[in-house]
Design a protein around this ligand. Structure first.
Ligand SMILES: Cc1ncc(COP(=O)(O)O)c(C=O)c1O
Length: 393
Protein backbone atom coordinates (compact mmCIF):
# COMPACT_ATOMS: atom_id res chain seq x y z
CA UNK A 1 0.00 0.00 0.00
CA UNK A 2 1.18 3.52 -0.74
CA UNK A 3 0.35 4.88 2.73
CA UNK A 4 3.05 4.45 5.34
CA UNK A 5 2.64 2.86 8.79
CA UNK A 6 -0.27 0.65 7.81
CA UNK A 7 -0.96 -1.87 10.57
CA UNK A 8 -0.99 -5.63 10.00
CA UNK A 9 -4.79 -5.97 10.44
CA UNK A 10 -5.31 -3.56 7.54
CA UNK A 11 -2.62 -5.14 5.38
CA UNK A 12 -4.18 -8.60 5.82
CA UNK A 13 -7.37 -7.26 4.24
CA UNK A 14 -6.15 -4.72 1.71
CA UNK A 15 -2.50 -5.11 0.69
CA UNK A 16 -2.06 -5.90 -3.00
CA UNK A 17 -5.71 -5.21 -3.85
CA UNK A 18 -5.90 -4.33 -7.54
CA UNK A 19 -9.53 -3.89 -8.64
CA UNK A 20 -10.66 -4.33 -12.23
CA UNK A 21 -13.04 -1.96 -14.09
CA UNK A 22 -15.96 -3.86 -12.54
CA UNK A 23 -15.09 -2.43 -9.10
CA UNK A 24 -15.64 -5.79 -7.39
CA UNK A 25 -15.44 -5.93 -3.57
CA UNK A 26 -13.71 -9.31 -3.33
CA UNK A 27 -10.50 -10.07 -5.20
CA UNK A 28 -11.30 -11.65 -8.60
CA UNK A 29 -10.11 -15.15 -9.50
CA UNK A 30 -8.25 -15.08 -12.80
CA UNK A 31 -8.61 -18.69 -13.94
CA UNK A 32 -6.42 -18.35 -16.97
CA UNK A 33 -3.43 -20.40 -17.99
CA UNK A 34 -2.06 -17.81 -20.38
CA UNK A 35 -2.43 -14.24 -21.69
CA UNK A 36 -2.91 -12.65 -25.10
CA UNK A 37 -0.93 -9.78 -26.55
CA UNK A 38 -2.07 -6.74 -28.55
CA UNK A 39 0.74 -7.31 -31.03
CA UNK A 40 3.85 -9.41 -31.64
CA UNK A 41 5.85 -6.38 -30.57
CA UNK A 42 4.17 -6.47 -27.16
CA UNK A 43 4.78 -10.22 -26.85
CA UNK A 44 8.44 -9.65 -27.66
CA UNK A 45 8.69 -6.84 -25.12
CA UNK A 46 7.20 -9.06 -22.39
CA UNK A 47 9.65 -11.88 -23.05
CA UNK A 48 12.53 -9.41 -23.12
CA UNK A 49 11.39 -8.04 -19.77
CA UNK A 50 10.69 -4.54 -21.17
CA UNK A 51 6.94 -4.81 -20.49
CA UNK A 52 5.59 -5.79 -17.05
CA UNK A 53 2.46 -7.72 -18.12
CA UNK A 54 1.76 -11.39 -17.46
CA UNK A 55 3.11 -14.07 -19.83
CA UNK A 56 1.94 -17.45 -18.54
CA UNK A 57 0.40 -18.53 -15.21
CA UNK A 58 3.34 -20.77 -14.34
CA UNK A 59 5.36 -17.51 -14.25
CA UNK A 60 2.71 -15.34 -12.64
CA UNK A 61 -1.01 -14.66 -12.39
CA UNK A 62 -2.96 -11.59 -11.18
CA UNK A 63 -4.78 -13.44 -8.34
CA UNK A 64 -1.59 -15.18 -7.25
CA UNK A 65 0.23 -11.83 -7.33
CA UNK A 66 -2.23 -10.25 -4.88
CA UNK A 67 -1.53 -13.13 -2.48
CA UNK A 68 2.25 -12.81 -2.99
CA UNK A 69 2.27 -9.04 -2.51
CA UNK A 70 0.11 -9.26 0.60
CA UNK A 71 2.18 -11.99 2.24
CA UNK A 72 5.51 -10.29 1.40
CA UNK A 73 4.26 -7.08 2.99
CA UNK A 74 2.96 -8.81 6.14
CA UNK A 75 6.25 -10.65 6.55
CA UNK A 76 8.33 -7.53 5.95
CA UNK A 77 10.05 -9.03 2.90
CA UNK A 78 10.60 -7.55 -0.53
CA UNK A 79 9.33 -10.44 -2.62
CA UNK A 80 7.24 -13.60 -2.40
CA UNK A 81 6.78 -16.53 -4.78
CA UNK A 82 3.67 -18.61 -4.07
CA UNK A 83 4.05 -22.37 -4.45
CA UNK A 84 1.71 -25.31 -4.97
CA UNK A 85 2.42 -26.78 -1.51
CA UNK A 86 4.50 -26.10 1.57
CA UNK A 87 6.93 -28.86 0.62
CA UNK A 88 7.43 -27.25 -2.80
CA UNK A 89 8.36 -24.09 -0.90
CA UNK A 90 10.84 -25.89 1.37
CA UNK A 91 12.48 -27.79 -1.50
CA UNK A 92 12.59 -24.93 -4.00
CA UNK A 93 13.84 -22.37 -1.47
CA UNK A 94 17.09 -24.33 -1.16
CA UNK A 95 17.33 -26.17 -4.48
CA UNK A 96 17.18 -22.87 -6.38
CA UNK A 97 20.56 -21.69 -5.10
CA UNK A 98 22.49 -24.70 -3.80
CA UNK A 99 25.10 -26.44 -5.93
CA UNK A 100 26.86 -29.78 -5.93
CA UNK A 101 29.28 -29.92 -2.98
CA UNK A 102 27.39 -27.37 -0.89
CA UNK A 103 26.66 -28.11 2.73
CA UNK A 104 23.48 -27.48 4.71
CA UNK A 105 23.38 -27.30 8.49
CA UNK A 106 19.93 -28.08 9.89
CA UNK A 107 18.28 -28.77 13.20
CA UNK A 108 17.38 -32.40 13.79
CA UNK A 109 13.83 -31.63 14.93
CA UNK A 110 12.16 -31.22 11.55
CA UNK A 111 8.86 -32.13 9.92
CA UNK A 112 9.21 -35.64 8.40
CA UNK A 113 9.12 -34.61 4.72
CA UNK A 114 11.73 -31.88 5.30
CA UNK A 115 13.97 -34.52 6.86
CA UNK A 116 13.44 -36.76 3.82
CA UNK A 117 14.47 -33.95 1.45
CA UNK A 118 17.68 -33.35 3.38
CA UNK A 119 18.63 -37.00 3.91
CA UNK A 120 17.33 -38.73 0.76
CA UNK A 121 16.87 -36.25 -2.09
CA UNK A 122 19.57 -33.56 -1.77
CA UNK A 123 22.41 -36.09 -1.30
CA UNK A 124 21.63 -37.43 -4.81
CA UNK A 125 22.81 -34.05 -6.11
CA UNK A 126 25.89 -33.87 -3.89
CA UNK A 127 24.27 -31.57 -1.30
CA UNK A 128 24.74 -32.98 2.18
CA UNK A 129 23.41 -31.95 5.56
CA UNK A 130 24.96 -31.88 9.00
CA UNK A 131 22.29 -32.13 11.70
CA UNK A 132 22.55 -30.41 15.05
CA UNK A 133 20.47 -30.24 18.17
CA UNK A 134 18.69 -26.95 17.45
CA UNK A 135 18.61 -25.77 21.05
CA UNK A 136 22.36 -26.04 21.39
CA UNK A 137 24.11 -22.93 20.02
CA UNK A 138 27.56 -24.50 20.43
CA UNK A 139 26.56 -27.29 18.05
CA UNK A 140 25.51 -24.71 15.43
CA UNK A 141 28.82 -22.89 15.93
CA UNK A 142 30.81 -26.08 15.43
CA UNK A 143 28.83 -27.30 12.41
CA UNK A 144 28.60 -24.06 10.39
CA UNK A 145 31.81 -23.64 8.41
CA UNK A 146 33.05 -22.13 5.14
CA UNK A 147 31.42 -24.93 3.09
CA UNK A 148 28.00 -24.17 4.61
CA UNK A 149 25.76 -22.44 2.11
CA UNK A 150 22.39 -22.89 3.82
CA UNK A 151 21.10 -23.14 7.37
CA UNK A 152 17.63 -24.61 7.80
CA UNK A 153 15.34 -25.02 10.79
CA UNK A 154 11.80 -24.71 12.08
CA UNK A 155 10.85 -23.12 15.39
CA UNK A 156 8.78 -24.13 17.23
CA UNK A 157 9.55 -27.55 15.82
CA UNK A 158 7.08 -30.25 14.89
CA UNK A 159 5.98 -31.98 17.16
CA UNK A 160 8.34 -31.41 20.12
CA UNK A 161 7.90 -27.59 20.06
CA UNK A 162 11.61 -27.08 20.54
CA UNK A 163 12.59 -23.40 20.26
CA UNK A 164 15.64 -22.26 18.31
CA UNK A 165 17.31 -18.91 18.93
CA UNK A 166 16.67 -17.33 15.52
CA UNK A 167 18.89 -14.28 16.00
CA UNK A 168 21.85 -16.25 17.40
CA UNK A 169 21.80 -18.91 14.63
CA UNK A 170 21.39 -16.23 11.94
CA UNK A 171 24.40 -14.37 13.29
CA UNK A 172 26.59 -17.48 13.12
CA UNK A 173 25.43 -18.18 9.55
CA UNK A 174 26.11 -14.58 8.47
CA UNK A 175 29.78 -14.91 9.43
CA UNK A 176 30.32 -17.51 6.68
CA UNK A 177 27.81 -16.01 4.22
CA UNK A 178 25.34 -18.91 4.48
CA UNK A 179 21.68 -18.20 3.75
CA UNK A 180 19.28 -18.82 6.62
CA UNK A 181 16.02 -20.52 5.62
CA UNK A 182 13.27 -20.89 8.21
CA UNK A 183 10.08 -22.94 8.07
CA UNK A 184 7.80 -20.57 10.02
CA UNK A 185 4.70 -22.75 9.78
CA UNK A 186 4.08 -23.31 13.49
CA UNK A 187 4.60 -19.67 14.48
CA UNK A 188 2.73 -18.16 11.49
CA UNK A 189 3.36 -14.64 10.09
CA UNK A 190 1.34 -13.33 13.04
CA UNK A 191 3.38 -14.59 16.01
CA UNK A 192 6.99 -14.49 14.77
CA UNK A 193 8.90 -12.21 12.37
CA UNK A 194 12.04 -14.09 11.31
CA UNK A 195 13.27 -11.51 8.77
CA UNK A 196 13.56 -8.97 11.58
CA UNK A 197 15.75 -11.44 13.50
CA UNK A 198 18.28 -11.96 10.70
CA UNK A 199 16.74 -14.75 8.60
CA UNK A 200 17.12 -14.47 4.80
CA UNK A 201 14.29 -16.66 3.52
CA UNK A 202 10.96 -17.56 5.14
CA UNK A 203 8.91 -20.52 3.89
CA UNK A 204 5.30 -21.39 4.62
CA UNK A 205 2.88 -24.18 4.09
CA UNK A 206 -0.22 -22.10 3.30
CA UNK A 207 -2.14 -25.34 3.76
CA UNK A 208 -1.86 -24.76 7.50
CA UNK A 209 -2.94 -21.52 9.26
CA UNK A 210 -3.01 -19.32 6.14
CA UNK A 211 -5.91 -21.25 4.60
CA UNK A 212 -6.72 -22.59 8.05
CA UNK A 213 -10.02 -24.08 6.97
CA UNK A 214 -8.93 -27.39 5.45
CA UNK A 215 -9.64 -26.43 1.84
CA UNK A 216 -6.47 -26.16 -0.21
CA UNK A 217 -2.77 -26.91 -0.47
CA UNK A 218 -0.37 -24.04 -1.00
CA UNK A 219 2.91 -22.52 0.08
CA UNK A 220 5.12 -19.47 -0.17
CA UNK A 221 8.75 -18.31 -0.15
CA UNK A 222 9.49 -14.78 1.09
CA UNK A 223 12.84 -13.08 0.59
CA UNK A 224 14.71 -10.00 -0.54
CA UNK A 225 14.86 -8.83 -4.17
CA UNK A 226 18.33 -10.15 -4.91
CA UNK A 227 17.67 -13.80 -4.01
CA UNK A 228 14.28 -13.63 -5.75
CA UNK A 229 15.62 -12.25 -9.03
CA UNK A 230 18.87 -14.21 -9.15
CA UNK A 231 17.77 -17.62 -7.87
CA UNK A 232 14.11 -18.09 -7.05
CA UNK A 233 12.25 -16.56 -9.99
CA UNK A 234 14.13 -18.41 -12.75
CA UNK A 235 14.00 -21.69 -10.81
CA UNK A 236 10.26 -21.49 -10.12
CA UNK A 237 9.35 -20.38 -13.62
CA UNK A 238 11.07 -23.34 -15.20
CA UNK A 239 10.37 -26.08 -12.67
CA UNK A 240 6.67 -25.27 -12.31
CA UNK A 241 5.54 -25.71 -8.69
CA UNK A 242 3.40 -22.56 -8.93
CA UNK A 243 0.19 -21.95 -6.99
CA UNK A 244 -3.13 -22.24 -8.82
CA UNK A 245 -5.15 -18.98 -9.00
CA UNK A 246 -8.09 -20.65 -7.30
CA UNK A 247 -5.97 -21.78 -4.37
CA UNK A 248 -4.37 -18.33 -4.20
CA UNK A 249 -7.84 -16.84 -3.83
CA UNK A 250 -8.62 -19.28 -0.98
CA UNK A 251 -5.33 -18.31 0.71
CA UNK A 252 -6.21 -14.63 0.30
CA UNK A 253 -9.54 -15.15 2.04
CA UNK A 254 -7.63 -17.03 4.74
CA UNK A 255 -5.23 -14.11 5.25
CA UNK A 256 -8.15 -11.77 5.95
CA UNK A 257 -8.98 -13.64 9.17
CA UNK A 258 -5.51 -15.01 9.97
CA UNK A 259 -4.75 -12.74 12.92
CA UNK A 260 -8.12 -13.26 14.57
CA UNK A 261 -7.94 -17.02 14.18
CA UNK A 262 -4.31 -17.49 15.22
CA UNK A 263 -4.62 -15.29 18.30
CA UNK A 264 -7.87 -16.86 19.46
CA UNK A 265 -6.64 -20.41 18.81
CA UNK A 266 -3.37 -19.63 20.63
CA UNK A 267 -5.30 -18.32 23.65
CA UNK A 268 -7.33 -21.54 23.74
CA UNK A 269 -4.17 -23.66 23.37
CA UNK A 270 -2.66 -21.89 26.38
CA UNK A 271 -5.80 -22.58 28.44
CA UNK A 272 -5.60 -26.28 27.53
CA UNK A 273 -1.87 -26.39 28.29
CA UNK A 274 -2.43 -24.93 31.77
CA UNK A 275 -5.32 -27.32 32.42
CA UNK A 276 -3.48 -30.49 31.38
CA UNK A 277 -0.44 -29.63 33.49
CA UNK A 278 -2.42 -30.96 36.42
CA UNK A 279 -4.07 -34.00 34.81
CA UNK A 280 -3.13 -37.36 36.33
CA UNK A 281 -3.02 -39.21 32.99
CA UNK A 282 -0.75 -36.64 31.31
CA UNK A 283 2.96 -37.08 32.06
CA UNK A 284 4.12 -33.91 30.32
CA UNK A 285 2.65 -30.89 28.55
CA UNK A 286 4.84 -29.07 26.04
CA UNK A 287 3.60 -25.63 25.06
CA UNK A 288 5.59 -22.42 24.47
CA UNK A 289 4.50 -20.63 27.65
CA UNK A 290 5.81 -19.85 31.11
CA UNK A 291 4.68 -22.95 33.01
CA UNK A 292 4.99 -25.47 30.20
CA UNK A 293 8.36 -24.84 28.54
CA UNK A 294 11.96 -24.62 29.74
CA UNK A 295 12.90 -22.01 27.10
CA UNK A 296 10.41 -19.34 28.14
CA UNK A 297 12.97 -16.47 28.11
CA UNK A 298 13.80 -17.16 24.47
CA UNK A 299 10.14 -17.69 23.56
CA UNK A 300 9.26 -14.25 24.93
CA UNK A 301 12.02 -12.62 22.91
CA UNK A 302 10.89 -13.99 19.53
CA UNK A 303 7.21 -14.99 19.71
CA UNK A 304 4.22 -12.84 20.66
CA UNK A 305 2.11 -15.86 21.71
CA UNK A 306 2.75 -19.60 22.12
CA UNK A 307 0.91 -20.72 18.97
CA UNK A 308 -1.94 -23.07 18.21
CA UNK A 309 -0.07 -26.37 18.71
CA UNK A 310 0.12 -28.26 21.94
CA UNK A 311 2.04 -31.48 22.55
CA UNK A 312 1.26 -33.85 25.41
CA UNK A 313 2.85 -37.06 26.59
CA UNK A 314 0.42 -39.57 27.98
CA UNK A 315 1.13 -41.91 30.81
CA UNK A 316 1.38 -44.94 28.49
CA UNK A 317 2.29 -45.79 24.91
CA UNK A 318 0.67 -46.40 21.53
CA UNK A 319 -2.10 -48.61 22.97
CA UNK A 320 -3.26 -45.95 25.44
CA UNK A 321 -2.98 -43.15 22.85
CA UNK A 322 -5.05 -45.12 20.30
CA UNK A 323 -7.70 -45.86 22.92
CA UNK A 324 -7.95 -42.19 23.77
CA UNK A 325 -8.11 -41.09 20.11
CA UNK A 326 -10.81 -43.67 19.38
CA UNK A 327 -13.04 -42.14 22.05
CA UNK A 328 -12.91 -38.51 20.91
CA UNK A 329 -16.21 -37.08 19.72
CA UNK A 330 -15.36 -33.48 18.76
CA UNK A 331 -11.63 -33.38 18.00
CA UNK A 332 -10.78 -35.06 14.70
CA UNK A 333 -7.89 -37.44 14.11
CA UNK A 334 -5.85 -35.76 11.37
CA UNK A 335 -2.23 -34.99 10.61
CA UNK A 336 -3.05 -31.49 9.34
CA UNK A 337 -2.71 -28.50 11.64
CA UNK A 338 -3.60 -24.83 11.97
CA UNK A 339 -7.24 -25.50 11.10
CA UNK A 340 -10.39 -23.98 12.63
CA UNK A 341 -11.29 -27.57 13.53
CA UNK A 342 -9.21 -29.06 16.36
CA UNK A 343 -7.08 -31.89 15.00
CA UNK A 344 -5.08 -34.48 16.86
CA UNK A 345 -2.36 -36.83 15.70
CA UNK A 346 -0.03 -39.51 17.01
CA UNK A 347 3.29 -38.41 15.42
CA UNK A 348 5.05 -41.76 15.96
CA UNK A 349 2.64 -43.60 13.63
CA UNK A 350 1.85 -40.76 11.20
CA UNK A 351 3.87 -37.59 10.48
CA UNK A 352 7.12 -38.98 11.89
CA UNK A 353 6.62 -42.69 11.11
CA UNK A 354 9.18 -42.53 8.28
CA UNK A 355 11.97 -41.53 10.70
CA UNK A 356 12.01 -45.05 12.12
CA UNK A 357 12.32 -45.98 15.79
CA UNK A 358 15.92 -44.74 16.06
CA UNK A 359 15.21 -41.45 14.25
CA UNK A 360 12.19 -40.77 16.44
CA UNK A 361 14.22 -41.45 19.56
CA UNK A 362 16.85 -38.93 18.42
CA UNK A 363 14.11 -36.39 17.66
CA UNK A 364 12.54 -36.93 21.11
CA UNK A 365 9.28 -38.39 19.75
CA UNK A 366 7.90 -41.05 22.07
CA UNK A 367 5.02 -43.51 21.56
CA UNK A 368 2.96 -41.73 24.24
CA UNK A 369 3.18 -38.37 22.47
CA UNK A 370 0.15 -36.67 20.93
CA UNK A 371 0.08 -33.40 19.00
CA UNK A 372 -3.05 -31.30 19.24
CA UNK A 373 -3.77 -28.47 16.83
CA UNK A 374 -6.23 -26.31 18.73
CA UNK A 375 -9.08 -24.95 16.63
CA UNK A 376 -11.73 -22.30 17.04
CA UNK A 377 -14.22 -24.39 19.02
CA UNK A 378 -15.04 -23.40 22.61
CA UNK A 379 -12.05 -24.47 24.72
CA UNK A 380 -14.28 -25.93 27.45
CA UNK A 381 -15.86 -28.29 24.92
CA UNK A 382 -12.38 -29.38 23.84
CA UNK A 383 -11.33 -30.06 27.44
CA UNK A 384 -14.54 -32.00 28.02
CA UNK A 385 -13.90 -34.11 24.91
CA UNK A 386 -10.29 -34.82 25.92
CA UNK A 387 -11.19 -35.54 29.56
CA UNK A 388 -13.88 -38.05 28.63
CA UNK A 389 -11.47 -39.87 26.30
CA UNK A 390 -8.67 -39.86 28.87
CA UNK A 391 -11.10 -41.38 31.38
CA UNK A 392 -11.53 -44.39 29.06
CA UNK A 393 -7.86 -45.33 29.24
C1 LIG B 1 6.34 -27.67 9.64
C2 LIG B 1 5.81 -28.06 8.30
N1 LIG B 1 6.49 -27.69 7.19
C3 LIG B 1 6.05 -28.02 5.96
C4 LIG B 1 4.90 -28.75 5.78
C5 LIG B 1 4.48 -29.13 4.38
O1 LIG B 1 3.37 -28.45 3.92
P1 LIG B 1 2.43 -28.98 2.73
O2 LIG B 1 1.65 -30.13 3.28
O3 LIG B 1 1.58 -27.80 2.37
O4 LIG B 1 3.31 -29.42 1.61
C6 LIG B 1 4.17 -29.17 6.91
C7 LIG B 1 2.94 -29.99 6.81
O5 LIG B 1 2.60 -30.77 6.02
C8 LIG B 1 4.62 -28.81 8.20
O6 LIG B 1 3.98 -29.18 9.29
Amino acid sequence: MKRKNIKIETKLIREGLNRTNFSETSEPIFMTSSYVYDSPEQAEARFKGDDDGFIYSRYGNPTVKVFEDRLASIEGGEKCFATSTGMAAVFSSMMCFLEQGDKIVASRALFGSCYQILTKIFPKYGINTTFVSGKNIEEWEQAIDDDTKAVFFETPSNPTLEIIDIAAVSQIAKKVGAKVVIDNVFATPILQKPLQLGVDIVVYSGTKHIDGQGRALGGAIISDNEYYEKHLKPYMRHTGASLSPFNAWIMLKGLETLKLRVEHQSDSALKLAEYYLKHKKIKQVIYPSKNTHDQYGLIKSQMSKGGTLLTMILDGGKKEVFKMLNNLEIIDISNNLGDTKSLITHPATTTHYSLGQEGRKEAGISDGMIRLSVGLENHEDLIDDLDKSLDKI
